[in-house]
Design a protein. Sequence first.
Lengths: 378, 339
Amino acid sequence: MTSTLNTAPTTDGEVKIDTEERIKIRDIEIVDVIVMVGSAISALALSYFFFQILLPVSGALGFLVCWYIFFNIISTVAVWELRGAIKAKDHLARIFIWTGGMAAVVPLILVLAYVIGKGYHSLRPQFFTQDQKFVGALSESTEGGGAHAIVGTLEQVGIASLISVPLGITTAVYLNEVKGRLTKPLRMIIDAMSAVPSIVAGLFIYAAWILALGNQQTGLAGSLALAVLFLPTVTRTSEVVLRLVPGGLREASLALGGTEWRTTSRVVLPTAKSGLVTAVILGVARVIGETAPLILTVGGAFVMNANPLSGKQDALPYFVFRLIRFPQEAQVARAWTGALVLVILVLVLFVIARAIGGRGPDNISRLKKRRLKRKGLA
Amino acid sequence: MSVIGQSAPSDLAGDSAPEHVVDPVVRRSGVDRIFRGVASSSGIITFILMGLIGGFLLLKGYDALKVAGWGFLTDSEWAPDQGGKFGIAAILPFTVQIAVVALFIAVPVALSTALFITEYAPRKLRRVLTAMIDLLAAVPSLIYGLWGLFYLQPRLITLSKWMADHMSWVPFFHVDDQYGTSLGIFPSSTFVSGVIVSLMVIPICTAVMREVFSQAPPGEREGAMALGGTRWGVVRDVILPFGRGGIIGGSMLGLGRALGETIAVTLIISPAFTAKWSILDQGSNSIAALIALKFSESSTFGISALMAAGLALFIITLLVNAAASTVVSKSRSGASTEI
């Protein structure tokens, strides 16, 4: 980027204009590196002196914090001396913003590493095939499994998706394609609904489905609660995806005499397909770990119940939530295994979603590009 | 169809005077009418659903509300099944305290993360970081709760103790020294739960702020650069003023999320029913956690009381969220892209 201006006039070699040297925005100069390394080292020495010798405290974290503060002070002063106040402020802001950016990522890595470390001990293939029928509180943590919970979760999330995905996408189509008097208030309601706390969704289903209509706690009740949480997520994300479909495509379809239904079903939705799939999968990844509404609705069970329509059912998050509070080591270990499986499910869904979408609708995937090339279209 | 409706006046106007512009008469086929009907009715279902949530909570919570009366807002115990008083006077402040602690951590982190992603990060890192923030949002709150309970809390209470020892002049950090400040009094506190909840708030705030920052007009950004501004200068004078709505709105959306967070708080806290200023020592509560903890041991009337509490939480999050989306929508947002 920086080189384009300098090389352009000198290519023919005749007229060599004495160009001013261009200010390089991105390049790192040797001096800067020296300042940074020097500040780092002197901060290390200073914090060693203060932390280990003067203060009667110890610990890696405290040392790190100490070093960080000293590094900031020293390097800022150095930059100030070298380049003036404006650069020094810029430098300080850069440090803080980098720190903040990293601070958001570190916990994620810690959480994932911790769950994997805790859970993999008792992760056996039978965790996916057995339930807790023959497991007592004192059995080994490797006995039995969470198959009943996994089946329950998959069924509940599946039913919730069957309800919410069509409804959500149709609502998004209404918001973005049909548009009527309701558009504005509806968008507000969807926003408000996405803020409904998950426990309130559970309470609602308990009040309406179980208390008022006289049903029992079943997997279906859990699915309904999840559907309430899933609906606004799907609607909002699909609406964003639909909004990315170029308006020109719609106009072209309409100008060719296409009806609104044809325009939506043949032009808008296919264009937005990968985005919609991504939106749905990401939504599933969020809903699959919801625990609070399930506490009130599914009832929980220790044995396999594959029928979501009758009888209490278990769910993976609820399984973890119950077992983690047992006093027995083995139960806690089982809970961690469940947590690991849950995290793996979420990660798999997340990776699939990223692989399918994550691009705008105008970007063609590598696979599709190859297919188009074979047909001689691109 | 919207496209016609919107673009017609400006496109057709051309050289003719504006009063000649007629709204195009649209004759829709039967299929289209059905299509519009189906799409609108799915929108109406959402409306009805939202009304039903509030309605049923009110219906089922009404028994308890009738008994408690105004005491529901002023009593701090929770003993509906023992025939005692019950109210949210202590639980609501605790809920707000946890949310405020969470925001105190989440907003600066989210702000700098959003700035980092839009302004500072190299292109490759930007994509990785965006994915990681999305993943941070996708990890279930149960997992954060477990991690907080087993990993973070034992480490965090040393910080709690340090703050109680050295910063007790801040009213929130002042711990009654009756038993001395041993480490044992610091777990299960408002502070610890707030820190855990902040992890769940960060991705929401970051997403909103990043969205708004990335819409900052490139002309103004380049103008600031051309005037010799540093990167921080651009951020301070172009990005931040432009994104103010997004920052406030994002924080409020985060607040809504923090108020309703259930499982992580349920795992961390040990329930308390007396409101207090100090956030560092043991004992806290939240409406959502109260519902999750008391639900299985409540009678019909107790559940009615929990419904009333849920209704209160529902209304509060609705208000916070409505305010947030008003603020966000006031800041300039993207419309449909054109070819």
